[in-house]
Each structure stands twice: as structure tokens, then as C-alpha cells.
Design a protein around this ligand. Structure first.
Ligand code: ATP
Ligand code: MG
Length: 180
């Protein structure tokens, strides 16, 4: 499984639709300060369901919608689609390509979709559970995260290992069953 491409429209500094294609190897994003490098990482977190505006370096969730510049009017919605190559069927879904989409309007409601079929955030979270991908997964290591893991309490650190060992999903299901 690898990240194949990312389509961003109306999200943070990306007013127009842009498509970034990645290969299975290593990709670095370079550019001057303020050119939008971190916004790309934010887009990945956001489409995977990030709910914290602060984690996305804003104060309200609406801050992710392109807010205009001197020469350009604000836009009405933000949309990000992330395409994953799933030829190896790492994701438990029978498609070799999986597209996850999130769209949000200024009213605040987010819509999610898997392969263009509307779904709940929960479906996306479950799809990525045990794979290390996802907003809590270890495949996105933000600045300061390594320090955080090293200095975390042992129970918190255990969660990282549980995700890597592939038992997060079963624990979540157990919790849900116990609640019913
Ligand atoms: P650095 O090298 O300093 O880390 P960077 O390339 O990571 O820079 P980003 O933080 O990704 O830069 O981008 C910051 C830019 O995004 C700023 O110019 C900011 O005005 C713009 N930006 C953020 N949110 C929005 C928004 N909602 N609408 C328009 N522009 C936005
Ligand atoms: Mg940055």
C-alpha cells in the first residue's frame, strides 16, 4: 500500500484544484517558507478525519477553507481526496485503488466518501485501523511527535505498539461490544 496521489481544492493556500502524484519510493516536498509544504501534510491529516483545528494549525475548523488573498476571493468549501494504491490489499476492501474524500462547507459539516460513495468518518477510521495510517496512526509523524512518544506514559506508548502489532481494531471492537 502506498500514497498514490492527493487532490486538494479550496484547502488552506490551495484555492485551485491541484493534483500531487507520488511514487512508491521517497518523495520530498521542498519550497520557500510559507509556500504551502506543511499545508500538504495538514491536508493528509484532515482527509483522514482530523477533528482538531489546533492540530491543523488553525483556531477553528473553518480556517482550513481558503480564506482569500489580496487578489482572490475566499472559496465556499474545502475538498481533499487521497488516493491509495491498494494492489497488495493491505486495506480490507476489494479495490486496487482506494480514494478517500472529505469535503467541508463553511457551515461546518464534513462529508466523507470512500471511492465516491458517501460514508461516515467511522468507516474511514475502521478501514485504516491496524495499518498505521489514520489520524492517530504512526505513518504521519509530525514535528515533536518522536519526543512525545519517548516521553509519553507507558500506557500511551503502548498504543503505538498496539497499532503496529495490529490489535487496535480488535480492542476498539471489544470496547464497542461492551458498550452495547
Ligand atoms: P515553512 O517553510 O515556513 O514551514 P510552509 O511551506 O510549510 O512554510 P505552510 O505553513 O504550509 O508553509 O503555508 C503557510 C501559508 O498558507 C501562509 O501563507 C498562509 O497564509 C497560508 N494559509 C493557511 N491557511 C490558509 C487559508 N485558509 N486561506 C488562505 N491561505 C492560507
Ligand atoms: Mg512548514
Amino acid at each position: 500500500m502506498y500514497l498514490k496521489s492527493l487532490e486538494i481544492q479550496g484547502f488552506k493556500s490551495f484555492a485551485d484544484k491541484i493534483v500531487l502524484n507520488f511514487n512508491s519510493g521517497l518523495t520530498s516536498v521542498v519550497g520557500p517558507n510559507g509556500s504551502g509544504k506543511s499545508n500538504i501534510a495538514d491536508a493528509v491529516r484532515w482527509v483522514l478525519g482530523e477533528q482538531s483545528a489546533k492540530t491543523l494549525r488553525g483556531s477553528r475548523m473553518e480556517d482550513v477553507i481558503f480564506s482569500g488573498t489580496q487578489h482572490r476571493k475566499p472559496v465556499g468549501f474545502a475538498s481533499v481526496s487521497l488516493v491509495i494504491d491498494n494492489s497488495d490489499r493491505t486495506l480490507p476492501i476489494d479495490f486496487s485503488e482506494v480514494t478517500i474524500t472529505r469535503r467541508m462547507y463553511r457551515s461546518g459539516e464534513s462529508e466523507y466518501a470512500i471511492n465516491k460513495t458517501p460514508c461516515r468518518l467511522k468507516d474511514i477510521t475502521e478501514l485504516f485501523m491496524n495499518t498505521g495510517v489514520g489520524r492517530e496512526g504512526y505513518s504521519i509523524i509530525g514535528q515533536g511527535r518522536i519526543d512525545e512518544i519517548l516521553s509519553a506514559r507507558s500506557e500511551e506508548r503502548r498504543q503505538v505498539f498496539e497499532e503496529a502489532a495490529g490489535i487496535t481494531k480488535y480492542k476498539a471492537r471489544k470496547r464497542e461490544a461492551e458498550r452495547k
